[in-house]
Design a binder for this molecule. Structure first.
Ligand code: G3I
Length: 397
């Protein structure tokens, strides 16, 4: 009998089987606390539940395993010790279907926007109230009440920078002070509630050079010294919350290419010099073109090389954008979702599979790509799509 990492008792779990290799999955103190205090009572209740389940199965003339259709994504993922996450928005929690799917199908929640710099630190530090934690706090409360872990996104990004910062005319030294203060304030506010952070998001160009941004060189805190400002941010993050896992996160770095080579070189250097980088996030915003054996093989080999550095790997923002209204592509979209899920399932260092939202009703895609949409596992009426079934199957196998 095991009490699993998610604080719930289980009769037969992957964890009881040898070689599952994901023992270090959740380091969230919220779960550990819950697990500790519930162990004795929880274990007794669980034994009773298992006994009842066993007796009713034995008494049945034709015992059948539970239909895989009846299980949620979260249940099949938990059995593999994989966290299944999604991005969410607090203003949607009042939508009954939204909240119901979010709280039952997923074991992780990440704020799609509400923990970004502009949202969470909308006013300068000279203001008596520079931070706005309201949206993030609502999401954390929802996650806690549904036994979900929370992944933080993101402390440093060129996008979503507030006007006061863009137009403030700050020097490099002032930018450094502001950034350190921001990292400290946000991470301490969410310490023990957010178990992992995308500390730095999208710092590289596609050709592997450093992206020119407010943080790097305009005026930046690291112009001309490559990944030094990323290193500095990671060090500040470790100081702010020593228990949080620290990630670098990017898009179009799934395959082995110039961008992923640059991230790999940085990660290798950081690991060698003891810079606190715990993992890499692969956003995985893709199209059906990714359903190509060469691309899938490249993603698999890319994950392998990062895993060999001892890093934890998360698929952080999965979606597959289609032409809006293209019903004939839904099966192919599903197939690709299944293949991507399988890549994570088969890579022991891959601990998180996360979609960027879960319903087409609230996806960012139509607003950013004219004529495209239908990128997520639920449609805009909250009906499961083939993508859902394919993820479920890949996790259940
Ligand atoms: O909340 C305001 C609303 O008050 C206003 O009326 C409206 C008018 O445009 O804008 C609303 O804010 C929008 C926000 O999404 C919330 O919907 C912003 O304009 C819009 O720019 C913002 O877009 C987000 C984008 O990041 C930029 O921050 C998307 O929702 C979000 O999905 C997207 O997520 C990024 C990841 O963080 C990093 N990786 C890529 C991914 C997709 O671009």
């Amino acid at each position: 009998m095991a009490i699993d990492y998610f604080g719930s008792p289980s009769c037969f779990r992957a964890r009881d089987k040898p070689n599952i290799g994901r023992e270090g999955l959740i380091m969230n103190p919220f779960f550990f606390r819950k697990q500790k205090s519930q162990t004795s009572l929880g274990a007794i209740a669980a034994v009773a539940l298992c006994l009842v389940a066993f007796l009713s199965l034995a008494a049945s003339p034709n015992p059948q395993p539970a239909s895989p259709e009846a299980s949620t994504l979260r249940q099949v993922a938990e059995a593999r010790h994989i966290v299944i996450g999604t991005a969410a928005a607090s203003f949607l929690l009042g939508e009954a279907e939204y909240a119901s799917i979010l709280g039952s199908e997923f074991s992780q929640l990440q704020a799609e926007n509400e923990m970004k710099f502009g949202a969470i630190h909308p006013r300068p530090d000279t203001d008596p109230n520079p931070y706005n934690f309201a949206g993030g706090d609502d999401l954390v409360a929802f996650a806690q009440s549904h036994n979900m872990v929370v992944r933080g996104h993101t402390l440093l990004w060129h996008n979503n920078v507030p006007e006061w910062l863009k137009k403030g005319g700050y020097t490099s030294a002032q930018m450094a002070t502001i950034l350190q203060g921001h990292i400290h304030a946000v991470m301490t506010h969410y310490a023990s509630k957010v178990y992992a952070w995308d500390v730095v998001n999208e710092a590289f160009n596609d050709d592997g050079t450093m992206r020119s941004t407010l943080w790097y060189d305009q005026p930046g805190i690291g112009a001309g010294v490559g990944t030094k400002y990323i290193e500095q941010s990671l060090r500040w993050a470790r100081e702010a919350d020593p228990k949080a896992k620290l990630f670098y996160n990017d898009y179009d770095a799934e395959e082995i290419n110039k961008k992923s080579d640059a991230i790999y070189a940085m990660a290798k250097d950081f690991k060698k010099r003891g810079v606190p980088l715990d993992g890499v996030g692969f956003q995985t915003h893709i199209t059906r073109k990714f359903d190509d054996p060469a691309k899938l093989k490249s993603y698999k080999e890319n994950l392998e090389r990062f895993a060999k550095l001892g890093l934890e790997l998360h698929m952080t923002e999965i979606d597959v954008r289609l032409s809006n209204g293209d019903t004939s592509s839904l099966a192919e979209e599903g197939k690709l979702y299944g293949e991507i899920t399988k890549l994570c399932v088969e890579q022991p260092a891959c601990k998180v599979i996360q979609t960027w939202g879960f319903t087409d009703k609230h996806s960012w895609i139509p607003g950013f790509y004219k004529g495209l949409g239908w990128a997520l596992p639920w449609d805009d009426n909250y009906q499961k799509k083939p993508a859902y079934e394919a993820m479920h199957d890949a996790l259940a196998k």
